[in-house]
Design a protein. Structure first.
Length: 652
């Protein structure tokens, strides 16, 4: 595979002078230290960064691999790590700056955060009977109370499971049931593009029939009418001020679970990714410091939603653990116009801005010259995450937003890794457009040959793996140890030992830099969100007319990938009204998963290309969706003629 050599951009010299990692020598020293003395490296940082209630007695226990244990014997509380320990020095420092969709603003200091979280924690404990180890589902908009809810759970040792507000009642129900949650925290709704939208009605629907949920806490945000169910639904504002702002933090073991976050895999059922306390918070804080290099007086903004891992690690836990000021935004970046983020950068003097390629593409398309209308000189580091960024979007971000002086950190990671695993360090790493560059120090990320398990050759696409356990790694798939083992440690072996496989392909260039090439499994990446094709297929199959379906990804100008569905209907004598049928099937997807999984393309076919043993040849369907010529041998198909029929349908 030959590639045009990518240009290299050196770090800004002024920036490097004060950076935590100042040059590649320092980077290499860190990575060498971790390579030579892995446990010593982690012991050092865990001791330095975490305020322990009791020190840990061992660093890494691999005796029951892949079920690893970090920092055993250690006791801590993650909410204290994020709040209490800052009160001495940062009581009046802004912890959270909130901007609502309609421009309303709120600054929450560390002292206020402490009080709000403690009241919230007391409320959960006293009125909702939430105890250590209980699961609490959070279905919330982007408002400060979502962060309070997370930290309140952490304070009392409850395990939160946030469900993104775009998921449907069915999807919410599945996640509630799988986690066996006893409380749901939600809001009436919130605002988007100056209009109210609703969440509470979705919760009502999800709780219909039998449910493990006993009580629902509702934060009033948009003031719209909602239904209140007696002895189940409670108003946050009616109750919260009765609670004391002192709440003793639960003493947690390093390996006590902190949260679950459901994500898509290659089967129809989402996985409850479990993260535990000490290792997760350590890495959240270390990567905040190394990758964003946030300084004491900086203001940092990540545009993600708390419903995704980025919102967990890089809006709430990471920034607060390091005592930073984190911006939370309720609205959408293109409203009232595509200058909104730049207006906010100017107003709050944002120093680090972190967003997704899909947002960059939309902001570029709708507001190419918007950045020049604002003073963006406060910016030092620009981040991107969620999918490979394409060079044109990268260039615009670098030149127009960053004025060619900011580092772009293309951070590669996933829900399961807890925090960044491959990324430039802004003061050290020379960057290349659309390249995640090198492992973050401490992470043994390697591209392995899919056949031999040896390190991949330059230019050869291999499997992106992590060959040693790391503190913030997934600990389990909630309630399914087998699936944990199979999903992550089943495919790749190095030196005969199963290693963690991310599911992504990647390639080294001649400088040893890593470029992520995308998923190797049946997972597609829509606007930076992971979507299992099996999950979408399972939803479509619920439509009574559908006999068979195959879903694949197709490149999409703004979303990165779009969802392309091939549907076989039960009566194969053609569809009376295809437009109506598409609508009906999308309506099912909306009910089963939510708007995020609606199909961009849907084609009805009399059959699907299958092998004689009945396996659907998705590779062929992917090629057809992309408009590529079919190069595979189709003679082994059960019915080779179907390929031409489908191609004609797609091209018509
Ligand atoms: C998948 C993880 C990580 C938080 C948001 C998504 C893709 C993520 C990059 C990047 C290329 C990337 C991978 C990964 N991905 N970051 N910088 N370059 N691809 O979390 O939903 O767990 O998805 O997103 O395919 O496996 P997620």
């Amino acid at each position: 595979m030959s590639e045009i050599k990518k240009p290299v951009f050196k770090p800004n010299k002024e920036f490097s002078k004060n950076a935590r990692v100042k040059n590649m020598c320092e980077y290499n020293d860190l990575q060498d230290w971790a390579t030579e003395d892995y446990e010593g490296f982690w012991e050092h940082f865990a001791s330095e960064k975490i305020t322990w209630k009791e020190p840990f007695t061992s660093v890494l226990d691999e005796s029951n691999t892949p079920f690893v244990k970090w920092f055993e014997g250690g006791k801590l509380n993650v909410a204290e790590q994020c709040i209490d320990r800052h009160l001495d020095k940062r009581k009046n420092k802004a912890a959270i700056i909130f901007e609502g969709d309609r421009g309303d603003k709120q600054v929450i200091t560390y002292l206020q955060l402490f009080q709000n979280v403690n009241r919230f924690a007391n409320l959960l404990k006293n009125k909702f009977d939430v105890k250590k180890g209980d699961r609490v589902v959070i279905y919330m908009p982007m408002i400060p109370e979502a962060a309070y809810a997370m930290l309140a759970c952490a304070r009392i040792g409850a395990i939160h499971s946030i469900v993104f507000g775009g998921f449907s009642a069915e999807a919410l129900k599945d996640r509630i049931e799988d986690a066996d949650a006893k409380v749901v925290i939600t809001a009436d709704g919130a605002f988007r593009k100056d209009k109210p939208y609703m969440l509470k009605n979705v919760v009502d629907k999800a709780l219909e029939g039998s449910t493990p949920v006993k009580k629902v806490l509702v934060v009033e945000r948009n003031g719209e009418d909602i239904e209140w169910i007696a002895n189940r639904d409670y108003s946050y504002y009616e109750l919260i001020n009765n609670e004391s702002d002192k709440c003793e933090a639960e003493v947690m073991d390093s390996e006590d679970p902190l949260f679950l976050l459901y994500t898509s895999g290659s089967t129809g059922k989402p996985k409850g990714v479990q993260h535990n306390s000490a290792g997760y918070i350590l890495w959240a804080q270390m990567t905040m410091e190394w990758v964003f290099d946030v300084k004491e007086n900086d203001t940092y903004w990540c545009t993600a939603d708390v419903g995704w891992i980025t919102g967990h690690t890089y809006i709430v836990y990471g920034p607060l653990a390091m005592g930073a000021t984190t911006v939370m935004f309720e609205g959408v970046p293109t409203y009232p116009d595509a200058g909104r983020p730049w207006k906010m950068v100017e107003e709050y003097k944002i120093n680090q801005f972190y967003t997704a390629p899909t947002a960059i593409r939309v902001l570029h398309k709708l507001g190419e010259n918007e950045p020049s209308k604002y003073d963006l000189s406060s910016l030092k580091v620009l981040g991107t995450v969620g999918e490979p960024i394409d060079p044109p979007a990268w260039r615009w971000y670098y030149e127009q937003v960053g004025n060619s002086k900011c580092a772009i950190v293309d951070t590669y990671w996933q829900t399961e890794t807890g925090g960044h695993i491959v990324s430039p360090l802004p003061g050290a790493t020379p960057i290349k457009p659309a390249c995640a560059t090198l492992p973050v120090p401490g992470i043994m990320a390697e591209i392995l040959d899919s056949q031999t398990g040896e390190k991949a050759e330059v230019g050869e696409t291999g499997y992106m793996c992590i060959t040693k356990p790391w503190p913030a790694q997934i600990r389990n798939v909630w309630g399914d140890e087998e699936r944990y083992k199979k999903s992550y440690f089943g495919d790749v072996k190095k030196d005969g030992k199963a290693v963690y496989f991310t599911g992504d392909g990647a390639v080294y260039d001649e400088d040893g830099y890593i470029t992520i090439t995308g998923r190797t499994d049946d997972v597609i990446n829509v606007s930076g969100h992971r979507m299992g094709t099996a999950e979408v297929e399972a939803a479509i199959k619920k439509h009574p007319n559908v006999a068979e379906v195959a879903v694949v990804g197709k490149p999409h100008e703004l979303k990165g990938e779009g969802i392309f569905a091939y549907v076989v209907l039960k009566q194969d004598d053609g569809v009376a009204d295809e437009v109506e049928e598409v609508k009906a099937i999308n309506a099912v997807i909306k009910t089963e998963i939510g708007n995020i999984a609606l199909c961009d393309d849907m084609v009805f076919a009399p059959n699907l290309p299958k092998t004689r043993s009945g396996k659907i040849m998705r590779r062929i369907l992917r090629s057809i969706a992309k408009g590529e010529k079919i190069t595979q041998d189709i003679s082994t198909l059960e019915d080779p003629s179907i390929v031409k029929i489908i191609e004609d349908k797609v091209n018509s």
